[in-house]
Design a protein around this ligand. Structure first.
Ligand code: TYD
Length: 209
């Protein structure tokens, strides 16, 4: 099963992924966790290019293509083989991030960004995607708790950018049945239980087929 997690920076995805991983391992499952961009030698190199704040001269088009290039490698080298071997693959971000951040956030053509994702991910569409939603005020509050020096090139973006990214996610939620929206202001355990119950329901459905 391929499960992806999406949301604005600081929404708590990483914590939820760790909790789900522990849960699945306890049940005897084989689990791989990965982060986007990254996850393979080539994709990690692309990640460094993308997130380094020194690369301030990067154009939006370059950014979009680099995210897609990193993803294309990750899908073919890592995700598809692991899924074939029966692993649960949990990904911290995937193609929806590009639609939300590069399409809506950077105002590149949404249709083109979506088409490019089809090309990059091949047939590796997630079984389910959890969008952990938090309001912009909460992004700003959590961001303020982090030292400025530890923020990456994209995390230093302005409020308007994040507003557009969130709008992008909300519009994806309406369009895609695969995406489940969760309230990221609830407490960690509550969100975790919702995730587990959805994953279990999906598994039962898959087993019936
Ligand atoms: P990372 O530190 O992995 O993010 P997170 O805060 O989710 O742990 O950095 C990834 C950054 O790249 C994040 O700000 C979102 C952005 N991003 C895009 O703009 N487009 C994409 O396709 C992906 C995967 C990430």
């Amino acid at each position: 099963m391929f499960i992806t997690f999406e949301g604005l920076d600081f929404c708590g995805k990483t914590t939820q992924i760790e909790l789900l991983k522990e849960h699945l391992l306890k049940k005897g499952g084989k689990v791989e966790v990965l982060r986007e961009p990254g996850g393979t030698k080539i994709s990690e190199k692309i990640r460094d290019l993308l997130l380094d704040r020194k690369n301030a001269e990067m154009f939006e088009e370059t950014e979009l293509l680099l995210f897609a290039a990193s993803r294309a490698q990750l899908v073919r080298e890592f995700i598809l083989p692991r899924l074939k071997e029966g692993f649960y693959v949990l990904s911290d971000r995937f193609h929806d991030s590009s639609v939300a951040y590069q399409g809506f956030g950077r105002k590149l053509s949404i249709d083109f960004v979506a088409k490019l994702q089809e090309f990059a991910i091949n047939s590796a569409e997630p079984d389910v995607t959890f969008f952990i939603d938090i309001p912009i005020e909460e992004v700003e509050r959590r961001k303020a708790l982090r030292e400025h020096a530890s923020l990456d090139r994209i995390e230093v973006s302005e409020r308007d950018f994040y507003l557009r990214v969130r709008e992008g996610y909300l519009s994806l939620c309406e369009k895609e049945k695969r995406i489940v929206k969760l309230n990221g202001l609830k407490n960690i355990r509550e969100i975790h239980s919702e995730i587990v119950s959805i994953v279990e329901k999906l598994e039962r459905k898959k087993n019936e087929v």
